[in-house]
Design a protein around this ligand. Structure first.
Ligand SMILES: CC(C)(COP(=O)(O)OP(=O)(O)OC[C@H]1O[C@@H](n2cnc3c(N)ncnc32)[C@H](O)[C@@H]1OP(=O)(O)O)[C@@H](O)C(=O)NCCC(=O)NCCS
Length: 160
């Protein structure tokens, strides 16, 4: 289930942000004590920020945001998809299921909106997920000390 973040998700958010496995292709995790100190009791809520809930507990996060500050012209200003799941939930199909639902929400909210996604090309799980969601390559570029993959997903054009 996709839902808004709630105060009871605090521990899962800390786990997600402090996990070395989750951040293996995201520049490494931040220091746990700092994350714990700075994590608000009441999480910020805005349209496009989803908690992925499995049987009443948070297993991941999906973010759909405007890529206003994106360094690549092809992505600047477009809707941008990001996703992170706790390792215990990996490889079970939740990534595809939850991201498909979030993209469906965007299509209902802003019909016809293209979506971009940036991931390290070495991140095999994320690359596979992007392909399964229908993202296709725009370009590869070097940033943050690694090769990055920029993909785009255009909404299906109605068949005539
Ligand atoms: C990337 C991530 C979101 C994938 O989520 P997931 O729930 O494991 O994805 P799914 O189970 O829906 O799998 C999607 C596809 O990717 C494949 N896959 C998942 N992890 C994989 C891995 N490590 N290596 C190769 N393929 C992988 C699955 O087999 C599946 O493909 P298939 O149906 O052809 O077999 C998850 O691993 C994660 O949160 N990683 C850490 C955060 C991160 O790197 N986010 C991306 C930031 S840009």
């Amino acid at each position: 289930m996709l839902r808004e973040p709630e105060p009871r998700d605090r521990t899962a958010f800390i786990e997600l942000l402090a996990s070395p496995e989750v951040h293996a292709y995201l520049g490494g995790p931040g220091p746990r004590d700092e994350i714990e100190r700075e994590m608000p009791e009441m999480p910020e809520r805005w349209p496009g920020s989803f908690v992925v809930d499995l049987d009443g507990a948070m297993i991941g996060q999906i973010l759909l945001r405007r890529a206003t500050g994106h360094s690549r012209p092809a992505a600047a200003g477009k809707a941008d998809l990001g996703y992170m799941f706790l390792p215990r939930a990996w490889g079970l199909g939740y990534g595809v299921e939850a991201c498909t639902a979030a993209l469906g929400w965007l299509e209902d909210t802003l019909p016809g909106e293209p979506v971009v996604l940036t991931t390290q090309s070495a991140n095999a799980g994320s690359m596979r997920l992007a392909a399964k969601l229908g993202f296709t390559e725009v370009e590869r570029f070097e940033a943050w000390g690694a090769e990055q993959w920029l993909g785009i997903r255009s909404p299906a054009t109605p068949s005539r």
